[in-house]
Design a protein around this ligand. Structure first.
Ligand code: MLT
Length: 317
């Protein structure tokens, strides 16, 4: 196969593809805008942040497979892919531990105001009295919105800190999820609103799609208690950012956000967002999956997808 790798991808995995006889073109700086102009002649494209738009599908003459090296497929125009008969595969779950670790890190950073401590010390300030008011994590009620692989990985980690974990009851959960949820004593509630009203930490782990866009809006944020913490390491569009800014002003809600609406679709760029600049926001640059372990695990999944595709089956779609 002729494969375009349009994003950063481990060398070991590129070599694994070459050993299988694939022609692998490594162009990790390809932007979303450039992609339509460079897809001609490729059978497959591997992307991480780079968007695959309807224009890209239109321009591609021999494309059969798009692989998103991560969980979410919201950066791929799946409708355009279907119209052109191109398969879209993702690699869910392999980066779950990394995203859960970052979510936990954001929670701890907010509670102890670690970034503010660091910033002051870097400016030569010693301010122990200012930081005597942390609430602590043990015994807090943590709502996990979306108990998929990442939500569950976060739930397990945060439960180990002595918190009480809640989530929304949903039909059709698999036995493994239910067993893991039982093991950490997850309490199921009837709706996202009840979850928000019950918990003092709300952590969002749902994919972005037409059902979840704006899911965490005014209604849910109004239900939060004063001083609650909102964590979002899923997708920016799931959260109503204006409503969050209002909740910050009205009741000192603080937020740990790894994702933002309109964040750049490339690894670098400028980003001017009132929410990201707000003092109650502890933001990171969509780095949830950015660990060596996670990226290697995802890359292994990508190679498995290509092997399976060559053998006639389509994985993880
Ligand atoms: C995902 O969808 O799993 C993450 O967005 C992946 C990433 O940032 O690489």
């Amino acid at each position: 196969m002729r494969i375009l790798v349009a994003d950063t991808f481990p060398q070991e995995s590129r070599e694994a593809l070459a050993r299988r006889g694939h022609e692998c073109h490594y162009e990790p700086t390809t932007t979303s805008d450039q992609l339509p102009g460079v897809l001609t002649g490729f059978d497959a494209v591997i992307v991480r942040s780079t968007k695959v738009t309807a224009d890209a599908f239109e321009a591609a003459d021999s494309l059969r497979l798009v692989i998103r090296a991560g969980s979410g497929t919201n950066t791929i125009d799946c409708h355009a892919a279907r119209l052109r008969g191109v398969h879209v595969c993702n690699v869910p779950g392999r980066n779950a531990a990394a995203v859960a670790e970052l979510t936990l890190g954001l929670l701890l950073a907010i509670d102890r105001r670690i970034p503010d401590n660091v910033a002051e010390l870097r400016q030569g300030q010693w301010n122990k009295k200012e930081y005597g008011q942390a609430r602590g994590i043990m015994g807090r009620r943590v709502g996990v919105l979306g108990l998929g692989q990442i939500g569950l990985a976060f739930a397990e980690r945060v439960a180990a800190l002595g918190t009480d974990v809640y989530t929304v009851a949903k039909e059709g959960r698999d036995e493994d999820t239910l067993e893991r949820a039982r093991r950490i004593g997850v309490t199921f509630v009837d709706s996202p609103r009840t979850l928000a009203a019950t918990c003092d930490v709300l952590s969002i782990h749902v994919p972005a799609n037409s059902r979840t866009r704006g899911l965490v809006g005014r209604d849910l944020l109004d239900a939060l208690q004063p001083g609650a913490i909102v964590l979002n390491t899923s997708r920016g569009d799931v959260l109503d950012e204006d409503a969050l800014l209002e909740a910050m002003a009205a009741k000192d809600v603080r937020a740990g956000l790894d994702v933002f609406s309109g964040e750049p679709a490339t690894g670098t760029g400028t980003f001017d967002s009132p929410l990201a600049r707000h003092p109650n926001t502890y933001g990171t640059h969509h780095i949830g999956a950015s660990t060596e372990q996670a990226q290697q695990a995802v890359a292994d999944g990508v190679v498995e997808i290509i092997d399976a595709f060559e053998a006639g089956s389509v994985l993880h779609c």
